[in-house]
Design a protein around this ligand. Structure first.
Ligand code: HEC
Length: 304
């Protein structure tokens, strides 16, 4: 396993927290906000990376585009990805570490969540603690090649460009019942959003009298890392499934058996399902998910 890191990466790692809370102190790194000078108002190429959200100098609601060449000009990190399901075997990758990219873009204070949006509506969420634990890499080259020459995804046989994410030795950092911290490996990423985690999570916070129950909170943690990638709550969350949060709540409340079978092995209920199963989710895990999803339909407190 080989890892090339320029000194600025090390400095960045040491000062990581400082950049996050005090973006005004840009003098610490020539990189800070450097991409802002180069971003474009309109897309010029299918390989441009769209960026949006709480970035310094970006008017609310607007988007900008970063050229792949400008990403290649940032310090690059390389390693051989091992055990990554989207590759058929150990595969050399290189690209920009998320920490590096965040610094080069210059995000606003309170912007502590990165959301990678794929062209099919899938969304991977990268909270600050996840980035600190796993150091995701925005992949620019696979086997030394640019996106058009990348291999197809090993599991689904699809084009992985223009952007995907990889890890140098992912080790899960938490476990909630049978759900272990899961590698977020989107492909087909076209856009990165820089957001406030609390604001985004607010859309899926459990409601009502049981909101703080331990099982509900456990279900929340699992749903946030798993289901939220493809199921939306209003304008937040993934749109790949076309089944919003309240539909899941309705199934969990009215037909828990269907819900349980669907989550464990969707093909038993829908042979054409595009949803990945979770065969390892045992009864306590499913119980937590059901308790959590039910809170959305029992929002009104009962009369005393
Ligand atoms: C990778 C994307 C993806 C993830 C992650 C995902 N789903 Fe789904 N889900 C889908 C898609 C797509 C559908 C639409 C039907 C299909 O293809 O199965 C769906 C449908 C469903 C349905 C059936 C709803 C209906 O009315 O047909 C349920 C229930 C469901 N999902 C629950 C969940 C829960 C709970 C989680 C988290 C533990 C989850 N899903 C995670 C993609 C996903």
């Amino acid at each position: 396993m080989r890892r090339i890191e320029l000194p600025v990466v090390l400095i960045g790692a040491l000062l990581g927290g400082v950049f996050a809370v005090a973006p005004g102190t840009g003098g610490q790194s020539a990189l800070y906000g450097s991409l802002r000078k180069k971003w474009l108002a309109t897309r010029q190429s299918a390989l441009d990376l769209e960026v949006a959200g709480d970035l310094e100098g970006l008017p609310a609601g607007s988007t900008r585009y970063i050229r792949r060449d400008d990403l290649l000009a940032l310090p690059q990190t390389s390693f051989t990805a091992v055990g990554d399901d989207k590759f058929t075997g150990p595969t050399p990758v290189s690209g920009v570490a998320f920490d590096e990219l965040i610094r080069a873009l210059g995000r606003e204070p309170g912007s502590d969540l990165v959301i990678a949006v794929a062209s099919d509506g899938y969304r991977s969420n990268f909270p600050a603690d996840y980035i600190a634990a796993h150091h995701p890499l925005l992949v620019l080259e696979i086997g030394g090649k640019a996106p058009p020459d990348w291999p197809k995804d090993a599991g689904h046989g699809v084009y992985m460009g223009p952007y995907t994410v990889s890890y140098d030795n992912f080790v899960p950092s938490f476990k909630v019942f049978a759900h272990a911290d899961e590698e977020q490996i989107p492909w087909g990423v076209i856009r990165l959003e820089f957001r406030n985690q609390k604001a985004v999570w607010g859309a899926i916070e459990p409601r009502g009298l049981h909101a703080s129950d331990a099982a509900v909170q456990a279900g929340y943690r699992i749903a946030e890392q798993n289901c939220f990638r493809c199921h939306n709550a209003g304008r937040e969350g993934g749109e790949k499934s076309g089944r919003p949060w309240l539909v899941l709540s309705a199934w969990a409340t009215a037909s828990p058996d269907f819900f349980i079978s669907y989550v464990r092995d969707p093909k038993t209920k829908n042979p054409d399902s595009a949803m990945p199963g979770n065969p390892g989710y045992d009864d306590p895990t499913m119980g937590a998910l059901i308790a959590y999803f039910r809170t959305f339909l029992s929002e009104t407190p009962e009369k005393p």
